[in-house]
Design a protein around this ligand. Structure first.
Ligand code: GLN
Length: 281
């Protein structure tokens, strides 16, 4: 048998030749070999066992030829250092959303110091934002909503396996939160305009209800911002992820509905306008 290194190289090239990320091939090998990246490095010049080779090739075929996301084959996506279970019922957490999370933690401290706060995540999907905030910041009591029962099953599983203490509520946007008050509202709502082209890898494998946000992609921001103050305390933070070309439009919606707020807009690591924070002190 050829070595791990040789087999990995050939298959990474195969992925690249088919417009797939070569990093996915390494993740598949680590998964089927049950190795972390350090183990894999140490095994690179050993011969690959035949049974592992067969399993790995089957995985690579599903990823490259059958257009299945690596995360669905291995069953999880790492987010902020935690492994979140994912399947067809939830959006696969994205790197940009980790940046949103990091900024929420920073702005929370600036506005609230180390005060205890109540946080709600609207449209929690896999639960990546809600569960990570809950684990990372002990001063946050976290709630999360989603309209999809199937998504909530996954989110609850992640909450349990990662040791979170999030309360999940089923329903559309703010609807299940009537009579409650929060200090922080976070959301990464579906934000692709309905008619925008989306590649098959995403459109065929991730729930469309988690992707599309109306004609201009801003329906969920309008709906949330319009009613946000009914569930927020006097001082609050609202944190959104959004499409890179919607920062200005979002600012207009905010101006229309919210008075005396500071609006902070930030770029992601790729230099794209990606996050908007609304702060009322
Ligand atoms: N809040 C989840 C995430 O950020 C789900 C987002 C969504 O389904 N649009 O990944």
């Amino acid at each position: 048998m050829p070595t791990y290194r040789e087999i990995l190289k050939i298959n990474e090239q195969y992925a690249l030749d088919n417009q797939k990320e070569d990093s996915g091939v390494k993740l598949l090998l680590m998964h089927f070999a049950k190795m972390d990246s350090a183990d894999l490095l140490l095994s690179m010049d050993e011969e690959m066992p035949e049974t592992l080779y067969q399993d790995f090739l089957y995985g690579v075929d599903r990823f490259v030829a059958k257009n299945i996301p690596v995360q669905h084959i291995i069953g999880f996506q790492e987010f902020f250092g935690y492994n979140f279970k994912v399947n067809h019922d939830v959006l696969i957490p994205r790197f940009e959303t980790e940046e949103l999370l990091g900024n929420i933690l920073i702005i929370y401290e600036e506005v609230f110091g180390s005060k205890k706060v109540k946080v709600v995540d609207i449209g929690t999907g896999s639960g990546c934002l809600a569960v990570t905030l809950d684990i990372e910041e002990s001063n946050m009591e976290v709630f999360a909503t989603d309209i999809s029962e199937e998504a909530l099953i996954v989110a609850k599983e992640n909450n349990e396996s990662l040791g979170g203490n999030v309360t999940f509520l089923k329903g559309n946007l703010l609807e299940p939160l009537k009579e409650m008050k929060f200090d922080i509202l976070v959301s990464n709502p579906p934000y692709i305009p309905n008619k925008e082209f989306v590649e098959g890898l995403i459109k065929d494998n991730e729930p469309n209800v988690a992707l599309f946000g109306g004609v201009d992609g801003l329906d969920f921001y309008r709906a949330i911002i319009k009613d946000a103050e009914s569930i927020l305390n006097e001082s609050y933070i609202i944190a959104f992820e959004h499409a890179f070309n919607k920062a200005k439009d979002l600012r207009k919606i905010i101006k229309k509905h919210l008075k005396d707020v500071e609006v902070i807009q930030k770029k992601d690591l790729q230099g794209k306008d990606r996050m908007t924070f609304i702060v009322k002190k």
